[in-house]
Ligand binder design. Structure first.
Ligand SMILES: Cc1ncc(COP(=O)(O)O)c(C=O)c1O
Length: 307
């Protein structure tokens, strides 16, 4: 990560070093925040934020689930105001490929009760680069011993800060075992997703991915890839995926804003297919890259231009 100059905080642009919250804020104590991760790409028409409206809608939905008041610096923020503030933050900073807005309970509190605790919103636009690291050989996964929390433990469909502790534990497990990522099973043992990515398999020409009821975050990249793969002529099924199906798939890939489309070639020490980056993964990854960088204008509706 490369730091940027300015962070948007409650309606004001502040220097990176000055974007601070109190140690006793409710969000620090209890993880009460909702965030997004959004990519910014260079296109022939200048910088574009990929599917910004959809990301903002998901974040506002998460805030509604959490019951957050959307008043920051004395002004009420809806989707339009958040959208505009994100674009303003991208414009204000130079080297940006990733934006992380976050709404959180910034009031100083010692008790769990979130009702009436003041909220803040921050928008950080920075340079992330390649999230999973460079590899021509695909990614190595382990199956985590930590399960993807189910819908009874919290809103699986919202990006709630505190919920990411499980992802952090699973990611730690992967890194400590020399892998790049971890796949998490849900409470009934089906494949759910990775720590910050959805997962797809290809078997006998058909693409499958865990359906939303499997306690996944319904990724915006996942949604894009489903649509693009169908437009390319593939059958894509949203269904239950077992660990056996994952390991015996011909190809496996992950999708996520940070990771984009990332090939998986090893899971739990077993090669996937022939152990090389799959041809369908390559094709879909290439198409996705053309779309986000504005080279395939059939999907231009997904690009939110910065200027
Ligand atoms: C747990 C989890 N699953 C999947 C994803 C992929 O979602 P998206 O494609 O919207 O980034 C993310 C990233 O936000 C995530 O945190």
């Amino acid at each position: 990560m490369e730091k940027s100059k300015f962070i948007w905080l409650n309606g004001k642009m502040v220097n990176w070093a000055d974007a601070k919250v109190h140690i006793m804020s409710h969000a620090i104590n209890y993880g009460t925040g909702v965030f997004e991760g959004i990519r910014v790409y260079e296109t022939p028409k200048g910088k574009s934020v990929f599917r910004l409206k959809d990301h903002v809608r998901r974040m506002v939905g998460g805030c509604k689930i959490m019951g957050f008041e959307m008043e920051f610096g004395g002004k009420t923020y809806g989707e339009k105001e958040i959208y505009d503030s994100i674009l303003e933050t991208v414009r204000k900073n130079e080297k940006v490929d990733y934006v992380k807005p976050c709404v959180f309970l910034s009031g100083e509190e010692v008790g769990l009760n979130p009702v009436g605790v003041p909220t803040s919103m921050s928008i950080t636009a920075l340079y992330m680069g390649n999230y999973l690291g460079e590899s021509d050989n695909g990614m190595k996964l382990i199956t985590s011993s930590w399960h993807r929390p189910d819908n009874l433990c919290g809103p699986a469909g919202a990006k709630v800060n505190g919920s990411y502790v499980t992802s952090c534990l699973a990611k730690r497990e992967a890194i400590r075992q020399g892998a790049n990522e971890a796949v998490m099973l849900n409470s009934v043992g089906h494949v759910a997703e990775c720590t910050g990515e959805n997962i797809f398999i290809l078997k006998d020409g058909k693409i499958s991915t865990p359906q939303s009821s499997e306690c996944i975050l319904e990724g915006i990249t996942r949604n894009s890839v489903i649509q693009v793969a169908r437009d390319m002529g593939y059958t894509v099924e949203e269904t239950e995926v077992t660990r056996s199906q994952l390991i015996t798939a011909d190809e496996v890939w992950m999708t996520g804003t940070a990771a984009e489309v990332a090939s998986v070639t090893v899971i739990d020490d077993r090669p996937i297919g022939d152990g090389k980056v799959g041809e369908v993964t390559k094709k879909i990854g290439k198409k996705f890259h053309e779309i986000v960088t504005g080279k395939d204008l059939r999907y231009e509706g997904w690009l939110d231009y910065v200027n």
